[in-house]
Design a protein around this ligand. Sequence first.
Ligand SMILES: NC(=O)c1ccc[n+]([C@@H]2O[C@H](COP(=O)([O-])OP(=O)(O)OC[C@H]3O[C@@H](n4cnc5c(N)ncnc54)[C@H](OP(=O)(O)O)[C@@H]3O)[C@@H](O)[C@H]2O)c1
Length: 272
Amino acid sequence: MTLGVEKTKIALVTGGSSGIGFAIACELAAQKNSILLVSNQAAQLQQCKTEIENRYAVQCFILNIDLTLSSSAQQIFDYCTANNLETEILVNNAGMLVFSETAAAAIEKVNAILQLHIYTPTMLCCLFGAEMKSKKRGHILNVSSISSVMPYPGISLYGPTKTYLRYFTRALRSEMKEYQVNVTCLLPGATATALYDPKRINISLAKKLGVMHPSEFVASKAVKALHHRKAECIPGLANKITMWLMPLLPSFIIELINRKTNLLDKGNQSLA
Ligand SMILES: NC(=O)c1ccc[n+]([C@@H]2O[C@H](COP(=O)([O-])OP(=O)(O)OC[C@H]3O[C@@H](n4cnc5c(N)ncnc54)[C@H](OP(=O)(O)O)[C@@H]3O)[C@@H](O)[C@H]2O)c1
């Protein structure tokens, strides 16, 4: 009888090369998980790999792939199979911000955000979820946003795609419970990361004022929630309150603010 080669168990983090994703990868590496970082900038990935391996003495694999491609989830799954990697923790974190009227957004950006926030994470949950189901173990962490409760102008693509992810995660959680696979949704509020254009937003001031949380704070709450098999994690009291209050805001006030402030790009280009 031939014995199979033991697989390397990993935590897979999409968008793991910066911000919340990198902080989650560090948190998991500190707990002695081997890591697979997936994103689309080779040099940045290499730098993160070196940092994780030096800091936490765990193996860190990297995969440079554009997650807006419809083949990307299958490519990641095939990479894991070919390299004998078993994904014990899947973190669907990669994301982008489009701050613009939908009708003014570049069509490639519209396609990209739909693929990145909806198609690819769903496919990754299908592929790795099936593996976890058959093994009766594993964790999935999907990164939504507190804006999932805010269908507001300017984030008409961002908010609702995060709403999909939140409700998909909740339904998947119920399905996977039977197979002992945990599924958690992270709903961060404003977090100091590269998601924001520093020319438009003073990130260090926002951090000082406590309006934005550091990504390490968000990551630590997220990983704790994952291990405690929580349904949802909203880091920070103000964000929890915001999620309760925002849906109560009448739409005429939102429309008034939109008309009077002129914050949005109404021209031909997307600002994100
Ligand atoms: N920051 C916030 O205030 C906030 C609030 C709520 C929710 N979130 C969510 O948190 C998640 C992480 O965002 P972040 O704030 O940490 O921003 P970030 O620092 O910009 O990180 C986004 C990550 O996604 C990757 N990514 C983007 N487009 C990609 C693509 N086409 N293919 C592969 N990778 C891609 C980026 O990789 P590259 O750098 O290599 O492109 C990066 O690693 C996102 O889902 C975001 O929506 C953030």
